[in-house]
Design a protein. Structure first.
Length: 212
C-alpha cells in the first residue's frame, strides 16, 4: 500500500491546492450567502462526492483519457461553467425571495437538488480534474501493487481535507449571512451577491485553459 511518506507528501500537496479558493469553494460560499448554512454544507457533501467520482474515474483509467483529450476536457469544463451561470442567474432573479423565506422560517427547498448541483460542480471542476489526472498517479507505488486501492486511498485523503476546508469556508460565509439577514435590503443584496458570484465563477471556469 501507500507508504507514510508518500501519503504525507500527497496530503501536503492536496492541502495547498484546496486552501486556495477554486470553483468548488466559491460555489459553496455563494450557496452559503444565498441560502444559508444547511445549503452550504449540503453543497460541500455534493462537491466531495463529485470529486471522489473523479478519483474513481482516474483509478479505473478514465482520467488519462480526460487528460489527453482536449475535447473531453473542454466539454466537462463548459458543462460545469454553464451549470454555474444558470444557477447564478436563478439566484439573482430570486434574490428577493430570501426575505420571505426568513419571514416564514421555511427550510431551503430541495436538499437533494442542492446535493446534485454540488456534485455537478465537483465533478466538473477543471482544477480537480487536472490534479487527479496528472498528480495523483505520481504518488502511487506501483511496485507495491494494488494500484487502484492506492489511488482510492489517496483520493480519500484529498476529500477529507476538502470537506474540512470547504465546510469552514461555508460556515464562515453563512455566519456573515446572518448579519445581512437583519435588514431586508441587506438580504436582497446577499441573494444578488451569491448569484453574481456563481455567474462570475462560471465565466472563470469557461475561460480556464490547458497548458498544452
Amino acid at each position: 500500500m501507500v507508504s507514510a511518506e508518500r501519503l504525507l507528501a500527497f496530503a501536503a500537496m492536496s492541502f495547498l491546492l484546496i486552501v486556495v479558493p477554486g470553483p468548488s469553494v466559491l460555489f459553496v460560499i455563494g450557496r452559503a450567502l444565498a441560502q444559508g448554512r444547511r445549503a452550504a454544507l449540503t453543497t460541500v457533501v455534493g462537491n466531495t462526492l463529485g470529486a471522489y467520482a473523479l478519483v474513481v474515474a482516474v483509478a479505473l483509467g478514465v482520467g488519462s483519457v480526460v487528460e489527453r483529450s482536449v475535447l473531453v476536457f473542454t466539454l466537462l469544463k463548459l458543462t460545469g461553467a454553464a451549470c454555474l451561470v444558470y444557477l447564478g442567474v436563478r439566484a439573482w432573479r430570486q434574490r428577493g425571495s430570501l426575505r420571505a423565506a426568513f419571514a416564514s422560517d421555511r427550510r431551503v427547498p430541495s436538499g437533494g437538488r442542492t446535493l446534485w448541483e454540488g456534485f455537478t460542480v465537483g465533478v466538473a471542476n477543471p482544477k480537480t480534474i487536472v490534479f487527479f489526472a496528472a498528480v495523483l498517479p505520481q504518488f502511487v507505488d506501483r511496485a507495491q501493487g494494488h494500484v487502484v486501492a492506492q489511488m482510492l486511498l489517496l483520493g480519500l485523503v484529498f476529500n477529507v481535507i476538502a470537506v474540512l476546508s470547504d465546510s469552514v469556508w461555508g460556515l464562515a460565509a453563512a455566519t456573515g449571512r446572518e448579519w445581512f439577514a437583519r435588514s431586508p435590503r441587506r438580504l436582497s443584496l446577499v441573494g444578488g451577491a451569491g448569484g453574481l458570484t456563481m455567474i462570475g465563477l462560471g465565466v472563470t471556469v469557461a475561460a480556464t485553459g490547458r497548458k498544452d
